[in-house]
Design a protein around this ligand. Structure first.
Ligand SMILES: NC(=O)c1ccc[n+]([C@@H]2O[C@H](COP(=O)([O-])OP(=O)(O)OC[C@H]3O[C@@H](n4cnc5c(N)ncnc54)[C@H](OP(=O)(O)O)[C@@H]3O)[C@@H](O)[C@H]2O)c1
Length: 308
């Protein structure tokens, strides 16, 4: 399959890229600068220098692909609007291309479990949404993707849990803080995070792509239902010197992190039955049980970064 991938230089996108290449697919990936494009080339992708806001640089490549996998998100004030425009551009281009050549196409969008809000009761893919302010924009983007489904365009929305593994993301930041001697936890840490290992997530994208009937919403979680305090304790016990752990009162966390604080404080229990129905079995069953591996992966990622 020929896949057009956005965000391949990012945390989720790089796991997806590795998994697609391993699966024997041809991947065209966009990068915003030549140095990152070189790195994508070294990892097996065909890079093109482009950015979401300038479709003329990437639409021709996208049109010739069998599938588009969108994992990019710009972390700037224009990021949400840009994501909406990019979705409309990419889906529109796929419809046009199918009309022209009669080929069926697929589109995979990366959302997140935070759209579910507080979900103490094991939320499956049909659970009602209640996003915190931080993710309030996201359901409308999911709807754009889901409503574009047609006889020639298969669309899927993937909602990953908080991703762990490698050297990036929220969990790696906890490892870094622990190695530096101080971990700050938003609130009392009695909430549960829904999480997923990066390689397992990459595997799920591949399965969805390769399953012609897979469409709609897919949760991607390891279903470990770990409390934040357990995660932090496991990490604290794995670093050479036990760090201080400081629980930030919510008012202070909101002052420091804004609406992001409430997203981090969500209590979530999220199930992924649709992914499991595709035969997806996460290899890592939670952060606490994988913590030695995760600290090692973090260290390796730092070493690689320092050698670049
Ligand atoms: N990480 C998680 O735990 C998690 C969990 C659930 C959902 N999600 C969602 O998954 C998506 C990806 O997250 P992530 O953690 O992988 O983010 P990330 O590591 O920040 O990666 C973002 C990617 O988007 C690219 N990008 C940003 N602005 C762009 C633009 N204007 N044009 C083209 N590319 C652009 C970045 O390229 P550069 O390398 O050039 O910056 C990078 O490749 C987001 O929607 C996020 O909300 C993440």
């Amino acid at each position: 399959m020929h896949i057009f991938l956005t965000g391949a230089t990012g945390y989720i996108g790089s796991a997806v890229l590795d998994s697609m290449i391993k699966g024997g697919h041809q991947v065209t990936a966009i990068a915003r600068d030549p140095e990152k494009a070189e790195r994508l080339l070294a990892r097996g992708a065909t890079p093109i220098i482009a950015e979401l806001g300038l479709p003329k640089y990437y639409v021709p490549a996208l049109k010739s692909a069998d599938a588009v996998v969108h994992t990019a998100l710009e972390s700037s004030p224009r990021g949400v609007q840009l994501d909406k425009q990019a979705l409309e551009t990419m889906l529109g281009a796929q419809v046009e291309a199918s009309r022209a050549d009669g080929r069926h196409r697929s589109f995979l969008y990366t959302s997140g479990v935070w759209v579910l809000g507080r979900s103490g009761k094991a939320a499956e893919e049909d659970a009602p949404l209640d996003p915190p302010e931080y993710s309030a924009w996201r359901p409308a983007h999911e709807d754009i993707v889901l409503s574009a489904f047609s006889s020639t365009l298969r669309t899927a929305v993937i909602r990953p849990g908080i991703v762990y593994g490698g050297g990036r993301g929220i969990v790696s930041d906890l490892i870094k803080d622990a190695l530096n001697g101080l971990v700050r936890v938003v609130g009392p840490g009695k909430n549960r995070w829904a999480c997923v290992y990066d390689h397992d997530l990459g595997d799920l994208y591949l399965r969805i792509l390769e399953s012609p009937l897979a469409a709609g919403i897919f949760h991607a979680t390891d279903e470990a239902d770990e409390h934040v305090s357990e995660i932090v304790e496991a990490i604290a016990g794995q670093v050479p010197q036990r760090p201080d752990i400081r629980n930030m009162p919510m008012a202070e966390a909101r002052k420091k992190l804004g609406a992001y604080a409430d997203a981090l404080a969500l209590d979530q229990k999220v199930r992924s039955p649709k992914a499991r129905a595709l035969g997806w079995e996460p290899t890592q069953a939670g952060i606490a049980t994988s913590v030695a591996r995760l600290v090692e992966e973090y260290r390796n990622a730092q070493r690689e970064k320092n050698n670049e």
